[in-house]
Structure formats: structure tokens, C-alpha cells
Write a protein that binds this ligand. Structure first.
Ligand SMILES: *[C@@H]1O[C@H](CO)[C@@H](O)[C@H](O)[C@H]1NC(C)=O
Ligand SMILES: *[C@@H]1O[C@H](CO)[C@@H](O)[C@H](O)[C@H]1NC(C)=O
Ligand SMILES: *[C@@H]1O[C@H](CO)[C@@H](O)[C@H](O)[C@H]1NC(C)=O
Ligand SMILES: *[C@@H]1O[C@H](CO)[C@@H](O)[C@H](O)[C@H]1NC(C)=O
Ligand SMILES: *[C@@H]1O[C@H](CO)[C@@H](O)[C@H](O)[C@H]1NC(C)=O
Length: 426
């Protein structure tokens, strides 16, 4: 009970914290326009919708149904995603602004540019005020045709989100012909080693969990790899005290059975299941976003996502700056002293993993030093489980609010239990 009530509270805190930053929901907006249903479906399938929702200002250049049909049958989803990403401009353009472009022509950065795979000007779109009041769109690559034109405004939320319709897909051949990466061909351990996660990579190999990861890749896999610093941290648990099966669970806990890029994590409300999740044990993770920073809450500790190693549908690899300790294995540790909340991290953007000192784990007093609890058959949510979220000083065994909670949680506790229930059920 304690753990689930606390999880519920942290969940609510997440909802409240993210509410202030809540942007528009592109999926919902476009669902009011059946003529863009294909485009809308593709935004959801590729998870670009989440990316759009987590950014502002942003302009989405939608295409009417049928305009993408020459591509959808012919190219893999990863290529379609790149094409769609070219239709997401990281600036606000509405009709008046399009007709007032200074010098008559501008290059706008697109979401495709943020993938890091765009050579030269490939990640830019050229918007040019043409004669006769027309506005042309084309690839930013010099000499590209401006053969897609602005046809109409669809929806504006000044000056954060603009949805406009364009006549034709912007699909430069270099994007279409770029070799589609084969996820199963990615050498996960090589990537992890290069990203400063050698210890994690060698554990994956020695335990055989790498094979579990590899067999999951094609259906979507997201890996949260603790960097080598995380294993050396003072408060890092001694994995040699765990049984082999427990180490396997810990490693499986560091991955999700879905393609979940950072934009999707930012839009996640509540908890997500991991590869370690099975009928008997939850092994889930809470996700918390503060600005550009995303943290994962295990119920025992909190770990910040430090960098993106790979984001290539259907595989995502992130580094995290401390080990994710599942409450199922580490929940019986003594109540840890309060540590600084992860969202107070001063760096606005994720730091590179390898050389960044792990801010939270370094600054927090050791949350878990004791050996893990012996395996028990008690399901997740048993009263013996440890504190959750921000290393609260829990003195309670029933989650009845006897928790040293931050102000927001205290407030929540007194607000209304029914609100909690509503949000939890929604
Ligand atoms: C956006 O709206 C869609 C459809 O209404 C919904 O399924 C989805 O959960 C919403 N996304 C967010 C982040 O609220
Ligand atoms: C946009 O494309 C046109 C036609 O190719 C070109 O003349 C113009 O310089 C381009 N604009 C920018 C900002 O690169
Ligand atoms: C636009 O974004 C700003 C900054 O995030 C926010 O304060 C504002 O409420 C947003 N406006 C609308 C209409 O959503
Ligand atoms: C992957 O890379 C590692 C080195 O990091 C190497 O030992 C291993 O043989 C590679 N695996 C494959 C299948 O190429
Ligand atoms: C935790 O709570 C106990 C009992 O209320 C108290 O004695 C102790 O000082 C608290 N520890 C911290 C670090 O706040």
C-alpha cells in the first residue's frame, strides 16, 4: 500500500508539474480534420506527435490524405518519419508571417535537423514568398525546387503552435535514399562502450541479457544505460550480492519493450513498464519531466537521463546517471535521507554522459547501501516496500500522508483524494 500510495502521489506531482508546461496536443487538433487523418496517423506511429507536443514554437506543415501515398507503400517507417520531420518547423509561421518573410526567403530549421543525420542544409526548409502571393516550400538544399505551396491555415495557437497545409510533400532524394538503419544490425555493446557505459555493456554480455535485448529490438526497444560513473558512485549497490536471477532482473529493468524517444518520455504521464515487468512483479518506472530534463523514478531512487546515444526507430539508447534500482529488489533498504530533487539540476540540457559527473547521485546521500532484500513472493505494493520518489523520509507504513513530502505533495494530500483517484484512473 505504502509504495502504491506514494507512487500515486508522485504521479500526481508529475501531473501538476507538467500541467504548467502543457502544450497543445497535435493528435487531438488534427483529429478534428478528417482530411489529414493519414498524416495524423503517421505522426502517432512515428512518435513525432510527442516530439511536436513537447516543443514550442513549432509549425506543422500538414499534407492532405493521399499526398503521402506514393511514399508510404514504398519506404520503411524510418524514412517516412524523416520526411514527416521535415514538415515540422521549429519556428512559428502563420499566414501573415509567411507573407511577410524578410528578404522574401528564409531557411527554417526542422525537426529532421535535430536528428543529427541531416548533412548540409538537408535539415532545413526553404520558405520563399513567390510572386502572385504564393508561398513556396522546398528543401533547404541549394537548388531544390520550391514546388510545395502554402494552401491554407489549419489551426493557430499564437505564437506556440501553427498548423498549416502545404500542397506537396517536401521529400529530397537524399532523405529518401539514405540507407535505413537496420535495428537488429546495430551493435548495442559497441555503442554503449563508446558512450561511456562499458560496465553496463559487459554485464549485458556476461549475463546473457544482451540476447534478450536483441530479440526485442525489432518490436521496439529503449535502453537506459547507466554510465561507468554510476557504477563507481559511492551509493551504487554491490551487484555481486545479488543472485544471478536478480542481476538479470536489474538489467532488464533498464529497458522498455517499446521505441520511446525523449519526446515521448516527456509526454508520459505516470509509470511505464520495463522488460523486467511480468505478472507477479511490476518493475515499473515513473517518468518526471522538468523543462528539458527527464528523470526516471524507481520508487527507491531517481536517475536523470543524461544523453541520447541512439534514436533510430525502433531502437532508442539513453545514458542515465545512476543505476535504476527496482523497489522489488531494493525497497527494503532503510529509509534514505532526503536528497535534492532531480529537477533542481542546474544544467538545462542533458550533459554528455561520459564526462559529466552524475549530479544527483554524487550529491545525494547513499540511498541504498544494504544488501538487497531476499527474494520474496510478495507482489509489488506490499507494505514492506521502501519509500518512493525523491528519497522521502518515510515514517509511514500506510501512505496515509505521514511523509516528509515537498510542498506540492503536501498540498496535494490536503486537496482531495477524489482528484487523486480521477487522475489515477484517467
Ligand atoms: C493527445 O490526444 C490523443 C487523442 O485525443 C490522446 O490519445 C493522447 O493521449 C493525447 N496526448 C497527450 C500527451 O495528452
Ligand atoms: C530558397 O530557394 C531559392 C530558389 O532555389 C533560392 O533562390 C533562395 O536563395 C533560397 N533561400 C535561402 C534562404 O536559401
Ligand atoms: C505559449 O507558450 C508559453 C511559454 O511556454 C506559455 O506561457 C503560454 O501559455 C503558451 N500559450 C498558449 C496559448 O498556449
Ligand atoms: C560488437 O562490438 C563489440 C566491441 O564493442 C565486439 O566485441 C563484438 O564482436 C561486436 N559484435 C558484432 C556482432 O559485431
Ligand atoms: C526521518 O524521520 C525521523 C522520524 O521522524 C527523524 O527522527 C529523522 O531525523 C528524519 N531524518 C531526516 C534525515 O530527516
Amino acid at each position: 500500500m505504502a509504495a502504491s500510495s506514494l507512487t500515486l502521489l508522485s504521479l500526481l506531482a508529475i501531473v501538476l508539474l507538467s500541467a504548467s508546461a502543457s502544450a497543445s496536443n497535435i493528435t487531438e487538433i488534427l483529429s478534428g480534420f478528417p482530411e489529414y487523418s493519414e498524416f495524423n496517423d503517421l505522426l502517432s506511429q512515428t512518435k513525432l506527435a510527442d516530439e511536436i507536443n513537447s516543443r514550442e514554437p513549432v509549425t506543422v506543415c500538414v499534407l492532405p490524405n493521399g499526398a503521402l501515398s506514393s511514399f508510404t507503400g514504398k519506404y520503411p517507417l524510418s524514412v517516412i518519419k524523416n520526411i514527416l520531420a521535415l514538415h515540422v518547423l521549429l519556428d512559428y509561421f502563420d499566414a501573415p508571417k509567411l507573407h511577410k518573410i524578410s528578404e522574401g526567403s528564409v531557411l527554417s530549421t526542422t525537426l529532421y535537423q535535430t536528428t543529427g543525420n541531416a548533412a548540409g542544409n538537408l535539415g532545413f526548409v526553404n520558405i520563399t514568398d513567390l510572386r502572385g502571393g504564393k508561398v513556396g516550400f522546398g528543401s533547404g538544399v541549394p537548388g531544390s525546387p520550391l514546388d510545395s505551396t502554402f494552401t491554407k491555415s489549419v489551426k493557430q495557437v499564437p505564437y506556440n503552435l501553427s498548423v498549416i497545409e502545404v500542397s506537396k510533400a517536401i521529400a529530397p532524394s537524399a532523405v529518401l535514399t539514405a540507407p535505413a538503419p537496420s535495428a537488429s544490425a546495430v551493435n548495442i555493446t559497441a555503442l554503449l562502450e563508446k558512450a561511456g557505459c562499458k560496465t553496463f555493456a559487459s554485464l549485458l554480455v556476461s549475463t546473457g541479457v544482451l540476447k534478450v535485448y536483441q530479440s526485442a529490438v525489432d518490436k521496439g526497444l529503449t535502453i537506459f544505460a547507466p554510465n561507468d560513473e554510476a557504477f563507481k558512485a559511492e551509493d551504487a549497490p554491490d551487484l555481486s550480492k545479488l543472485s544471478n536471477a536478480e542481476v538479470v532482473s536489474v538489467l532488464q529493468y533498464h529497458a522498455l519493450a517499446s521505441y520511446t524517444p525523449i519526446g515521448t518520455l516527456k509526454q508520459t504521464k505516470g509509470t511505464i513498464t520495463t522488460l523486467a515487468t511480468n505478472g507477479a512483479a511490476k518493475y515499473d518506472l515513473g517518468v518526471r519531466t522538468a523543462g528539458d530534463s527527464v528523470s526516471l523514478d524507481t520508487g527507491v531512487d531517481s536517475s536523470r537521463i543524461a544523453s541520447t546515444v541512439l534514436d533510430s526507430t525502433p531502437l532508442c539508447i539513453f545514458t542515465v546517471d545512476s543505476l535504476l534500482l527496482p523497489v522489488e529488489l531494493f525497497g527494503k533498504a532503510p529509509a534514505p535521507a532526503p536528497g535534492p530533487a532531480p529537477e533542481t539540476s542546474p544544467s538545462p540540457s542533458p550533459a554528455p554522459a561520459a564526462d559529466a559527473p552524475a549530479p544527483e547521485s554524487a550529491a545525494s546521500p547513499a540511498p541504498v547501501l544494504s544488501p538487497p532484500a531476499p527474494p520474496t513472493s510478495s507482489p509489488a505494493g506490499s507494505p514492506s516496500e521502501g519509500p518512493t520518489a525523491d528519497s522521502q523520509n518515510s515514517t509511514s507504513d500506510n501512505g496515509g500522508g505521514v511523509v516528509e513530502a515537498p510542498a506540492v505533495m503536501k498540498m496535494v494530500l490536503t486537496v482531495s483524494a477524489s482528484v487523486v483517484a480521477c487522475i489515477f484512473l484517467s
